[in-house]
Design a protein around this ligand. Structure first.
Ligand code: ATP
Length: 442
């Protein structure tokens, strides 16, 4: 089947309640989105899979949840106030604004087509500003964080001490970040409010290169393990002036989006830049003391920084498939069961009270373990189609035979093969089929 178009995925996301336009009843707010019931489940599953792989399954990484609004001094020290900007140009003909480094043809306005119409590029700082407290003034200017990382650096010593950590170790965080992007777009790919999944891995400077390689491999493997197709994934090294002000090396994990290759995640060697800056600006010594070697130094930091909302979108695109079944097109989301918003749908063949009653009992057997959906409306074919489209791995159908044989039919999303399974054995059977499948939000 041909690759899905961007419009197909956006339509699916809207139609099935993954993503809604924010403030839709007021005409919407540009490039702001709300996650609907299925979208929030998918997003939580992505974050959960990340947390499981980065924190819970490791003994060298711990978690953190720092504040979105930090002291403005944090952003001065980190260089964000002076350097976190993109080059902004304005077309003198149609007055549209663009981010110069993302334009394919930097001499032609992509909106009105006029050539050589851009103003000189000026640095536009991407941090959202607001004021803390009742009076708006320069004295209480604060920023919404543009990355979660700085809350980790400022807590480096707290975490090291209370968790009694020795190098190397990492601190991971998942949460919202905000960037006043010049040109948000491509649906939820680039928004001004988004979620990040970041981990700062602190190492001895001599071991930084080795850990850099390690985390590049690990992070690529994470996407593959969750079913992303390898020919849609690649690694790309940053060149020269593409490098952020704090990094000596960066690899992007890129995904082949419908509009071309684009970034999913960046893995950077941030050197000792952040800890050194925070030490200098705060006056607190954030160096690490290695007792065995009698050595005091600033650790280097390897940072895998991924977007949760962006990854969820990529998983959605990657899983989408269409096939012809008995002359009709079947749309199916072949998404890993760990990410699927609903794990099992329970469907009575008809609305007859006997069947609905058994359906209720089957549902209450399954609900404590998995995210399930009970659907009693419409013809069974249409209900299967909906579950296929939202990626539900297994459908359990309660039919008239169930009343006699105490068994149900379990239909597989990908193969459409059906198994007859007795209700007594159902939980064990589904547990085997959904191995590894965490409950959403667990
Ligand atoms: P770009 O150059 O495309 O603006 P970046 O390289 O500055 O992005 P990073 O600072 O490396 O991005 O951010 C780490 C991750 O956070 C990105 O790989 C992406 O997944 C996510 N991310 C960054 N900005 C946005 C955004 N505006 N919307 C959604 N996700 C984002």
């Amino acid at each position: 089947m041909p690759e899905p178009t961007f419009a197909t995925i956006v339509n699916l996301a809207k139609k099935r309640g993954f993503v809604f336009q924010a403030s839709e009843i007021y005409g919407g707010l540009r490039s702001a989105y709300d996650y609907g019931p299925l979208g929030v489940a998918l997003l939580r599953n992505v974050k959960e899979a990340w947390w499981r792989s980065m924190v819970r399954s490791r003994d060298d990484v711990v978690g953190l949840d720092s504040a979105i609004i930090q002291s403005p001094l944090v952003w001065e020290a980190s260089g964000h106030v002076s350097q976190f900007h993109d080059p902004l140009v304005e077309c003198t003909s149609c007055h549209s604004r663009h981010r110069l480094d993302k334009l394919e043809d930097q001499s032609r306005c992509p909106k009105c087509g006029t050539r050589e119409s851009f103003t000189e590029a000026r640095d536009f700082n991407l941090m959202f500003r607001t004021h803390m407290g009742p009076v708006a003034g320069e004295g209480n200017l604060v920023y919404l964080r543009p990355e979660t990382a700085q809350g980790i650096f400022t807590n480096f010593e707290n975490v090291r001490r209370v968790m009694r950590r020795k190098l190397p170790f990492g601190i991971a965080q998942v949460g919202k970040s905000f960037r006043n992007e010049i040109t948000p777009g491509q649906f939820v790919f680039r928004t001004r409010e988004f979620e990040q999944m970041e981990m700062e891995f602190f190492t001895h400077p001599d071991e930084a290169d080795q850990w850099f390689e390690y985390w590049i491999d690990e992070r690529r493997a994470w996407y593959l393990d969750l079913g992303m197709r390898s020919d849609n994934l690649r690694l790309r090294s940053h060149q020269g002036d593409e490098l952020a002000h704090y990094a000596v090396g960066t690899y992007d994990v890129e995904y082949r989006f419908p509009w071309g290759w684009d970034e999913l995640e960046g893995i950077a060697n941030r050197t000792d830049f952040d800890l050194r800056m925070h030490s200098e600006h705060s006056g607190k010594d954030l160096r690490y003391f290695d007792q065995a070697a009698g050595e005091r130094f600033y650790p280097y930091v390897i940072e895998p920084a991924a977007g949760a909302t962006r990854a969820a979108f990529a998983f959605l695109i990657d899983a989408y498939d269409e096939e012809i079944v008995r002359g009709a097109t079947r749309a199916v989301l072949r998404i890993d069961s760990r990410l699927a918003p609903i794990k099992v749908a329970v469907l009575p063949l008809s609305r007859k009270p006997d069947l609905v009653e058994v359906t209720g009992r089957v549902a209450s057997l399954l609900r404590p373990r998995w995210d399930i959906e009970v659907d009693v409306t419409q013809a069974i074919g249409r209900r299967y189609r909906r579950q296929d489209e939202i990626g539900t791995p297994l459908c359990v159908t309660v039919d008239f035979r169930t009343l006699d044989d105490r068994a149900v039919t379990v239909r597989d999303r990908d193969t459409m093969a059906q198994d007859r399974v007795s209700i007594d054995r159902l939980v064990g059977y589904l547990a085997d089929r959904l191995a590894d499948s965490p409950r959403t939000g667990a």
